[in-house]
Design a protein around this ligand. Structure first.
Ligand SMILES: C[S@@+](CC[C@H](N)C(=O)[O-])C[C@H]1O[C@@H](n2cnc3c(N)ncnc32)[C@H](O)[C@@H]1O
Length: 430
């Protein structure tokens, strides 16, 4: 018997449940509008996907929750619609970026701070003002930064730390974080830390001051556009709880959330996206804690044991994987043990008839596709949710030299694409 989920499920019933829909690809969309372009981050959700989910599935929503908010793409879009949004992430750098992207600033005060900062920076650069550089004592600093760059970053850090207003200071910290990465000796365009070749290093003389000033100017323009569009009644809170361990009832009581909108990790941090490694240099310069903790806290970072999940697509794939490589199977199982617990906690805070929308990727392990979309659907179904739709979108710019079938239907091949799955379910009314 089908559970009751109301009008939305009926409206969706006519469409095929799982289908490829190119109108969700947003191939030529500008993904950097408003505050979205403040800072790069691995595996960011594109704003157009968050926006369309909110518009199509969140018409009556007032409280939106993102349990893996990263740099806050979903929170920015929710706030642009005047909603209340709560996000959480274990990565302090991601939280800082998400907070800055969603905190309205007084533009006049920001401009005053920008002018004062620029004047001090130039005065320090040309020796008319003495600023003692604040350089963190780190192992490997010389490996990642030239001595001159360290000094110039240290001066900037000292000036940023001296900004009195905490929200404006955080705005500067975000530009500083991206600058740290860009002027370091890491290879450009890679999320993991790889050092440049010696020949490249010899020719590399980054203009540290120009780098941060251009980021500040870009982010100021983004903030202005955001302020013009953000309704006054929007509210955003970026928190640091880990949904695997539980969701504090003081933050989100049971059955309080209208819409969960998120893109979770699709595997453990060691073998998929290394969020800790990506954040390391920025966190060290900003004094945000130990990057190693992030990879440990990320789902699948700790335990390794194979358990039966009572989730058919997961149990099947684990069984097949264990036949090829037991150790890899237990690593994948450790990730899903955490993922399942997180889903259990998220399911509890959703209102009856509330919606969850998970944007997931299907990774390959040992040549075997892990059907993350089917697993996500099945895990929510265990908690009384009804599947509404899975939308398959191509991820532009990530063309792979293979043919695959996004729907897993034999014969339905689409060439050289990577896909993402937007899995939408509704909680049963009772
Ligand atoms: C795909 S990213 C989210 C990106 C985000 N949608 C954006 O646009 O920036 C997944 C995030 O999950 C976070 N994460 C991993 N394990 C977590 C956990 N157990 N609890 C909370 N966050 C976690 C990672 O730090 C990472 O920021």
């Amino acid at each position: 018997m089908r559970r009751r989920v109301g009008g939305l499920a009926r409206a969706q019933a006519a469409a095929p449940r799982k289908s490829r829909d190119p109108s969700w690809d947003f191939r030529t969309a500008d993904t950097k509008r408003y505050t979205h372009g403040f800072h790069i981050y691995p595996a960011m959700m594109i704003p157009q996907v968050a926006a369309r989910i909110l518009d199509e599935f969140g018409q009556n929503a007032s409280l939106v929750f993102d349990p893996f908010c990263g740099t806050g793409t979903s929170l920015v879009e929710a706030s642009l619609r005047g909603l209340r949004a709560i996000g959480t992430d274990i990565n302090p750098l991601a939280r800082l970026i998400a907070k800055v992207k969603t905190t309205p600033l007084d533009l006049q005060r920001l401009d005053e701070a920008l002018q004062a900062f620029q004047a001090s920076l130039l005065a320090a650069r040309f020796g008319t003002r003495r600023v003692s550089p604040n350089i963190p004592r780190l192992k490997n600093l010389d490996y990642w930064f030239k001595r001159e760059t360290q000094h110039r970053l240290g001066v900037i850090k000292e000036l940023v730390d001296g900004i009195a207003d905490p929200d404006i200071r955080d705005f500067f910290k975000v530009a500083f974080s991206e600058t740290v990465r860009e002027v370091s000796l890491t290879r450009n365009g890679e999320f993991k830390l790889y050092r440049m070749m010696e020949a490249q290093i010899r020719k590399f003389h980054p203009d540290v001051e120009a780098t941060i000033l251009s980021k500040l100017a870009r982010n100021r323009r983004g903030m202005e556009e955001y302020l013009q569009a953000r309704p006054r009644d929007a509210s955003v809170h970026v928190l640091d709880f880990n949904t695997v361990q539980g969701i504090p009832a003081s933050v989100l009581p049971r059955q309080s959330v209208d819409l969960v909108l998120t893109s979770p990790p699709y595997g453990d941090s060691r073998t998929t996206v290394a969020y800790g490694q990506f954040s390391r240099l920025s966190m060290q310069w900003l004094g945000l804690g130990e990057h190693g903790d992030i990879d440990r806290l990320c789902m699948g970072g700790g335990r390794r044991k194979i358990a039966a999940f009572g989730c058919k697509p997961l149990d099947e794939v684990l069984e097949r994987l264990a036949e090829i490589d037991e150790k890899r199977a237990s690593e994948v199982a450790a990730f899903y043990a955490d993922y399942a617990r997180s889903i259990e906690h998220v399911a509890e805070v959703v209102k009856p008839r509330g919606i969850v929308a998970y944007v997931v990727g299907n990774r390959r392990v040992k040549g075997m596709e892990i059907p993350n979309d089917e697993i996500t659907k099945s895990l929510f179904e265990q908690h009384g949710f009804v599947h509404l739709r899975t939308i398959i979108r191509a991820i532009p710019n990530k063309r792979m030299p293979r043919k695959n079938s996004p729907t897993n239907i034999r014969g339905q091949k689409e060439a050289t694409m990577n896909y993402e799955y937007i899995v939408v379910l509704a909680k049963a009314a009772c």
